[in-house]
Design a protein around this ligand. Structure first.
Ligand code: 5GP
Length: 207
């Protein structure tokens, strides 16, 4: 999606080989008009899929997910990152390891907000190793609902997430695909470029 690529070129900051900062329009300060445009694009992309709910993971996915849900005219559900297990049996929970922070959390969904008949679209800001998306997929599977598609703003194609999700049978649409990052360097891949194997973050840091 050209609009997002242009914005990343203008306002994104590559801190090194692995991390892209987009704090000025996605992660910290949020550009609402821009989020509206991204949500509209996701909604157009997934409109024929019978989506009944849009899911996201707190917190950076909330803005684009809300706009997507608005255009698809379905509810948006935020998967919470809890520090510990809830033992009352009314929730689905699964442990996820965060790439940026090097920490773990319990991804949590109250059973009230999902039904086995749901067809879910998952929206998230970044795809790196696919940990967060795979965690969300486990919760959705456990509920008996279907994960019908995954929409990502920024796919770091040189990492393993995209391949992992596709190997698990999920359809992924990324609005921007990044083939390489380095200090001050951001290289994009075309939307239809082949899916890369991807490397571990550690390998990138060792080079
Ligand atoms: P994954 O679960 O795919 O390994 O990582 C995705 C999550 O890690 C995203 O939800 C995002 O919060 C965070 N993340 C991964 N890479 C980056 C990055 O380069 N920049 C920022 N700001 N967040 C990232």
């Amino acid at each position: 999606m050209k609009l997002l690529e242009e914005r990343i070129k203008k306002d994104g900051k590559a801190l090194g080989k692995t991390v892209l900062k987009v704090d000025s329009f996605i992660n910290h300060q949020v550009d609402s008009e821009f989020m509206d445009a991204l949500g509209k694009d996701f909604a157009e992309h997934f409109k024929g899929c019978g989506i009944t709910k849009v899911f996201t993971i707190e917190s950076s996915g909330i803005a684009p997910a809300l706009m997507t849900a608005k255009y698809l005219d379905v509810p948006m559900i935020i998967l919470k990152k809890q520090t510990s297990k809830i033992l009352n049996g009314k929730v689905y929970q699964t442990r996820v390891t965060s790439f940026t922070k090097g920490t773990s959390y319990e991804l949590t969904l109250y059973q009230d907000y999902i039904d086995p008949s749901d067809k879910v679209l998952l929206i998230d800001d970044f795809l790196a190793n696919g940990e967060a998306a795979m965690g969300a997929s486990r919760l959705i599977k456990e509920s008996g609902a279907e994960l019908s598609g995954i929409g990502i703003l920024i796919e770091k194609s040189f990492q393993k997430g995209r391949k992992r999700l596709e190997d698990a049978g999920y359809y992924v649409y990324s609005q921007a695909r990044i083939g390489r990052l380095d200090k001050g360097v951001i290289e994009f891949l075309p939307e239809d470029a082949p899916v890369l194997e991807g490397v571990d973050e550690k390998e990138l840091l060792d080079k």
